[in-house]
Design a protein around this ligand. Structure first.
Ligand code: 77M
Ligand code: MG
Length: 214
């Protein structure tokens, strides 16, 4: 049987990027997905917004829901301060296997922990498993109908603190209407929409940034 899209993406990184150079890994994936084969990475345009929010927050502990091939894991981890960490959750073992290799190729394996499984099962185990108190930053990029239940779960598990920033991908396309309703009409969040484009296309999409007020 043939290769998968994630496998072809990994090949493009190994061919066109420089080992240990995260920016070259990001550029190689963006080039491949824009000119050869579309894939559901956050991409270069929304990626710049992700970069700016990350630089502003400068998180010690970051969480990503929905690793896919590790493109946004590399974008996030390359901007983390020394001793800061990213935990990224992926449901699909095949995606996780490719992501592990792409993150290692970028030289960021010491800053990123990939956990495989359903976010609903893993979130309640985070404190005990990783000895952490709370997250300073959460990037939501997994099943769009999991954004609300997993945000509520993070609240209930005491994994959000005053000032924690949630950044959600795809709030327009494919869309997360329930999530937008939840964070925008909730006194515990201060929300703002960053208009952009669906990765590698001219379709509208955007990121919703929501600050947890405690
Ligand atoms: O990561 C997963 C697998 S679902 C991938 C989610 N992402 C998308 O579906 C996604 C889709 C599109 C898109 C696709 C077709 C279009 F025509 C237009 C847009 C774009 C994106 O940027 C996306 O992020 C996971 C599942 C369960 C868990 O509990 C967990 O923790 C993780
Ligand atoms: Mg996405």
């Amino acid at each position: 049987t043939g290769s998968s899209r994630p496998q072809r993406m990994l090949k493009a990184v190994q061919k066109n990027a420089t080992k240990g150079d995260p920016q070259s890994v990001i550029s190689a994936i963006d080039y491949y997905c824009r000119h050869k084969e579309w894939a559901m990475n956050v991409g270069d345009e929304k990626g710049l917004i992700l970069d700016s929010v990350l630089t502003e927050v400068n998180p010690s502990m970051a969480l990503e829901l929905g690793t896919y091939c590790g493109y946004s894991s590399v974008r996030i981890a390359r901007l983390l301060s020394p001793n800061s960490k990213l935990i990224t959750v992926e449901f699909n073992p095949a995606f996780a296997a490719i992501a592990r290799q792409i993150i290692a190729y970028a030289g960021l394996q010491d800053k990123v922990t990939i956990v495989e499984g359903p976010s609903a099962d893993l979130i309640p185990k985070m404190k005990e498993r990783f000895g952490l108190k709370s997250f300073d930053f959460v990037f939501l990029d997994h099943w769009k109908d999991r954004y609300v239940p997993d945000t509520k779960l993070l609240e209930e598990c005491g994994l959000l603190k005053k000032g924690t920033v949630l950044l959600a991908d795809n709030v327009i396309c494919p869309g997360a209407p329930e999530y937008l309703k939840y964070v925008r009409n909730n006194p515990r969040y201060e929300s703002r929409y960053y208009k952009s484009y669906l990765e590698y296309t001219k379709a509208e999409d955007g990121l919703e940034k929501s600050v947890f007020l405690g």
